[in-house]
Design a protein around this ligand. Structure first.
Ligand code: NAD
Length: 361
């Protein structure tokens, strides 16, 4: 249902740096580049392509996602600022229309001269990134020499795997996954490689996907069990790994959960920040999503800095497990939810960057 909110009000009340807004006449698409913070470096974040009910919804999504990128980069201690782009298409586009839109979007990014750098996100593909890279060098995770765009999924899966192990260690006293039951919701680009890593450790896997054939095929291959996607919130398990859509942790589902740990890749798993407290009160350990799912972003940021070796990249991504362990330990020491502890860590990083920035002025 279209929203009647005023986009200008969203711009007025936002604490970010600013928004670049352009209407693409040939396709009727709103191009939105939200720049949230540059204290750690120039803004960078993926490009999302999606149909929204109205401009205000797309703008709000871009602003929220850009802020999320500020937290993600700061949590990883990487020299990038928070930004995100949204291409709010009016309907799914034909191939030629889409190519035209991407070319014009690439022209806009080029005109910003590196103020914003981007990579793939929901709805955009490695092919889109290759098109943008033909116009300008401001694409993360694109190998300009060999001309291919990296799939971040396996790196994200590795970060989730290490985070999940850190959370299991914090909840159960050791990180041994043999015999632990892990329920993965969504076995796509991230959920599938995650399932493979967990299966290799001897975890008992329950796989749920709205694409039942996909879950069934993978379950048969890994000796796992495919489960009804509508039953996930009631199934007893040690770990629930949301790897499909956002908002699955909410006032309706949290009371039903029969797990000790939540650790997955989905963005914005909590419907509201209050849901972190709900989980905390129920004694369910929540591995903050923007830390757990940061492996892909981290890998493409490192590629931007010249590190392309697969093994070295995976080793750096595996370090997310240590970051998660520190966050969970701080949460436990201070008796706060892991989300709050993660937030404090980010605020410390940003404040330190700001004070060194002020000293250098
Ligand atoms: P994907 O589209 O490849 O896979 C998602 C899978 O979830 C699909 O198989 C789909 O059928 C299934 N699904 C959708 N809705 C479902 C539901 N309600 N119940 C069960 N299954 C459902 O996506 P992906 O790249 O694997 O990303 C998964 C999540 O992780 C998304 O929320 C994404 O934003 C987030 N994420 C992904 C990356 C990455 O590197 N790909 C990085 C950070 C965050």
């Amino acid at each position: 249902m279209p929203t009647d909110r005023d986009p200008l009000a969203l711009l007025e009340t936002w604490d970010g740096l600013g928004v670049v807004l352009r209407h693409d006449q040939p396709t009727g698409t709103w191009i939105i580049i939200a720049l949230h913070d540059d204290r750690l470096g120039r803004p960078a974040g993926g490009t999302r392509m999606k149909v929204y009910p109205a401009l205000a919804d797309a703008l709000e999504d871009a602003q929220r996602l850009a802020e999320g990128m500020t937290h993600k980069w700061a949590g990883l201690d990487l020299p990038f600022g928070g930004g995100k782009a949204v291409l709010a298409i009016p309907r799914p586009l034909e191939a030629a229309e889409r190519a035209g839109l991407i070319d014009r979007y690439a022209g806009l990014i080029a005109s910003l001269n590196g103020t914003f750098r981007t990579g793939p996100d929901l709805g955009t593909t490695p092919e889109d990134m290759a098109r943008i890279a033909a116009h300008c060098p401001h694409v993360l995770g694109y190998d300009f020499e060999r001309r291919y765009s990296v799939d971040p999924g396996p790196y994200t899966a590795r970060g989730v795997y290490e985070s999940l192990k850190a959370a299991v260690a914090a909840a159960f006293g050791d990180d041994d996954l043999a015999g632990r039951t892990v329920l993965i919701q969504g076995v796509g680009d991230v959920g599938e490689p995650l399932a493979r890593l967990l299966a290799a450790d001897g975890a008992r896997l329950l796989l749920a996907d709205v694409d039942r054939r996909r879950a069934g095929g993978l379950a048969a291959e890994l000796g796992a069990e495919a489960v009804d996607p509508d039953a996930v919130y009631d199934l007893p398990c040690d770990v629930y790994a949301p790897c499909a859509v956002g908002g699955t942790l909410n006032a309706g589902t949290i009371p039903r959960l029969a797990c000790r740990v939540v650790a997955g890749s989905a963005n914005n798993q909590l419907a509201t920040a209050e849901d972190a407290e709900r989980l905390h009160r129920r004694g369910i350990l929540y591995a903050p999503d923007y830390v757990a799912n940061s492996g892909g972003a981290m890998a493409i940021a490192l590629m931007q800095q010249g590190l392309w070796d697969e093994e070295a990249l995976m080793a750096r991504v595996a370090g997310i497990g240590r970051v998660m362990a520190e966050i969970l330990a701080e949460a436990q020491e201070q008796g706060v939810s892991p989300l709050r502890a993660a937030r404090r860590r980010v605020e410390r990083r940003l404040a330190a960057a700001q004070s060194s920035d002020m000293r250098s002025k």
